[in-house]
Ligand binder design. Structure first.
Ligand SMILES: [Zn+2]
Length: 303
């Protein structure tokens, strides 16, 4: 029993350490990690592990039944053992009894759970501080207004009419819950983007900062919603147009033509690779150079 409990405790302990390391890497590490894994998932896994371990400890028997290692009553009767006989093995048995020490958590499960929860809480607090200082919400109200005005102007070019872009800080319209980076009414004049996409667009337009495929995704999302506002409903067609408009959009926000093309081609390749989880968003066959969705058939480059 003891041995099997220890065997299962070891990977759990290793997993806890790995999770803590991952959260720290998520906060301070490369930006790509933050974009690909929702950290809430990591916290939920960590919380689940703690509770699972706590429940396991509560269920496990903590006391071994007491055994009297002296001569048993039946021996005394049969062999006339004296009551105060020195047992030559008594000391050895006592030592042996000390050997299988219970792991620390087994002795104080409640305290261990509190320490675990405290660690998770501390990491969550650290994450919140980092996010509020460095995220979209960390920018001043004037800066955010200036940035959204710029996004709206760029979206209006793509939509070929005046439209407005808003960054949905409330998470009411777009985000992890809605499973969308942006939302727009087809043919409407208002679109919402997640604060994460707004931040990446801001970093590009105002700081000249390129964050790899994140920047490419943000450009594609802004162009995508703009094409919806222009009146295109079909998701595959909208995305195909967006990746083409994304080149000019990226260039206008400060990228070189070469970098802008590279980022949009990366988005195109990723779409073909992942299919974005749903066939609806898959780029149609006509989304190629000279295809029916090529916005500039004379241009040999695509997108
Ligand atoms: Zn769409």
């Amino acid at each position: 029993m003891q041995a099997s409990a220890d065997r299962s405790a070891l990977p759990v302990a290793a997993l806890r350490i790995a999770l803590a390391a991952f959260v720290l890497a998520w906060i301070f590490g490369p930006y790509q990690l933050r974009s690909s894994v929702p950290v809430l998932l990591v916290f939920l896994i960590a919380l689940g592990l703690e509770i699972h371990f706590f429940v396991g400890v509560l269920k496990a028997p903590t006391e071994r039944p007491e055994r009297d290692r002296g001569p048993q009553a039946v021996d005394r009767e049969r062999f006339g053992y004296p009551h105060d006989v020195e047992d030559p093995y008594e000391e050895e048995l006592d030592d042996a009894d000390d050997l299988p020490l219970p792991p620390a958590g087994r002795r104080r499960p409640g305290r261990r759970l509190l320490v675990g929860l405290g660690l998770i809480g501390a990491l969550a607090l650290l994450l919140w501080v980092v996010e509020s200082r460095t995220g979209w919400a960390g920018l001043s109200a004037e800066t955010r207004a200036e940035a959204t005005a710029r996004f709206s102007a760029e979206a209006s070019r793509v939509a070929a009419k005046p439209v407005a872009i808003r960054c949905d800080e409330s998470g009411q319209y777009v985000g992890a819950v809605q499973h969308a980076d942006g939302v727009a009414k087809v043919g409407g004049d208002l679109a919402f983007l997640t604060p994460e996409r707004c931040l990446d667009l801001y970093r590009l337009a105002f700081d000249g900062e390129v964050r790899g495929s994140r920047t490419g995704r943000a450009l594609a999302v802004l162009a995508h919603e703009a094409w919806h506002l222009r009146g295109v409903r079909d998701e595959g067609t909208t995305e195909c147009y967006a990746l083409q408009s994304g080149v000019e959009l990226g260039r206008r926000l400060g990228l070189s033509l070469e970098t802008a093309r590279g980022l949009m081609r990366q988005q195109l390749a990723e779409n073909r690779l992942h299919e974005r989880g749903s066939a609806e968003y898959l780029l149609p066959a006509g989304c190629r150079d000279g295809g029916e969705l090529d916005l500039d058939a004379d241009d040999p480059e695509f997108p």
